[in-house]
Design a protein around this ligand. Structure first.
Ligand code: CA
Ligand code: CA
Length: 368
């Protein structure tokens, strides 16, 4: 009897290390009590509201990650709901903190502080032999060595590891970088374990936010390229401002995808940018739509600059230019990253000292 009991306890301990399964629909609400998402096994529906709170759109291909924006947490834990830090041989369990000053979306992000190799994960129940796009925004700091990775491990119905892959790896610190891209789950996959992994022998600090995973055969690597997600200071989540003082606003009157587009009213040279983790010597296709309403001189340019694993600038240049007025124009092209590139910084820039006004929407980047 005693032995049976011991076996049972051992069984429980082992089971706890296996990927977690979910069984029922889960309902997620925003801070205003509006239904934001309904998630079930390998399925999610997201709900979008206009600035007045009216339901504008349902997206049946919603985000499969639970609490991917880290807005849900309880005060007793430093790790946001649905996320876990890892323990076990070879790992240093990180200290989790809910971060409220350095965020990429909403009011919270997840900070982890490690003394060695360790990280944060979530298990997602999904389908095998299926294509998804998985992206997140990360900001490493206080690392003396090593890198930060986005890794995915695939488990079968018995909880056995089938295979794993590293989707992105960066070493640049104190910058928000979008990491991720397309994945195809191996046959027999029931659970994908999504890791944000600090691969540093002395550890470091990592802030994570805006994690999403959707069914997709396209595999867009940009965060919020369609400017549908919420905003901070008028700029769509995931994007940064630079250059001249300008006005930034998300508008819903003249859009080319979904219900929102980004409006820029610049008084001099400047615009929007986003840093994306890339591999060196690799082809990517970058495309987006631009609608210029006012530009007295110069062009609107798409510029890509490259940085190495330590964050040092390598090279860069203009990918495309637009000057057509009052027309949604698709612009972009294929880039080949230089050898050693780790980050591509994409700028959408008004290249005119007299400024200009334009709308931006539907930006995508994918591996060719
Ligand atoms: Ca957030
Ligand atoms: Ca849009």
């Amino acid at each position: 009897m005693k032995n049976m009991m011991l076996l049972f306890i051992l069984f429980l301990v082992i089971i706890d290390m296996f990927p977690q399964r979910t069984y029922a629909d889960e309902y997620f609400y925003d801070k205003n009590g509006r239904l934001e998402s309904v998630k079930s096994i390998n399925n999610a529906v997201d709900f979008y509201y206009d600035l007045n709170g009216n339901l504008m759109r349902k997206n049946p291909n919603g985000n499969l990650i639970r609490n991917g924006d880290f807005e849900i947490s309880d005060t007793s834990s430093g790790t946001a709901s649905y996320w876990r830090t890892y323990t076990g041989p070879g790992f240093q369990e990180p200290k989790g903190e809910i971060e409220t000053s350095t965020v990429a979306s909403g009011k919270q992000s997840q900070k982890i502080i490690t003394n060695g190799v360790g990280g944060l994960y979530q298990d997602i129940q999904i389908g095998g032999d299926t294509s998804y796009e998985l992206i997140g925004r990360i900001m490493p700091s206080n690392m003396l060595n090593g890198t930060v990775m986005l890794k995915v491990d695939y488990y079968n119905a018995s909880g056995n590891l089938i295979s794993g892959e590293t989707l992105a790896e960066i070493g640049a610190q104190n910058l928000w970088t979008t990491v991720g891209g397309a994945i195809r789950t191996p046959k027999g996959t029931l659970i994908a374990r999504i890791h944000f992994h600090v691969a540093s022998s002395t550890g470091g600090t990592l802030v994570v936010d805006m994690v999403s995973m959707r069914k997709s055969i396209y595999g867009n690597m940009l965060a919020n390229g369609d400017f549908e997600a919420q905003q901070m200071n008028g700029v769509g989540d995931g994007w940064g401002k630079y250059g001249a003082f300008g006005e930034y606003q998300l508008i819903s009157s003249n859009v080319t995808s979904g219900v929102q587009a980004q409006k820029l009213t610049m008084t001099n040279v400047g615009g929007l940018y986003q840093d994306i983790a890339v591999r060196g010597n690799t082809l990517y296709d970058i495309n987006g739509r631009i609608n210029i309403s006012n530009l007295s001189s110069g062009k609107v340019q798409l510029i890509v600059n490259y940085f190495d694993i330590s964050g040092k600038a390598i090279s860069g240049g203009i990918l495309a230019e637009v000057s057509v007025i009052d027309t949604w124009t698709t612009t972009g092209g294929i880039i080949k990253t230089p050898i050693g590139a780790s980050i591509a910084r994409i700028h959408i820039q008004v290249a005119s000292s007299s400024g200009g006004t334009l709308l931006v929407d539907m930006f995508t980047m994918k591996k060719v």
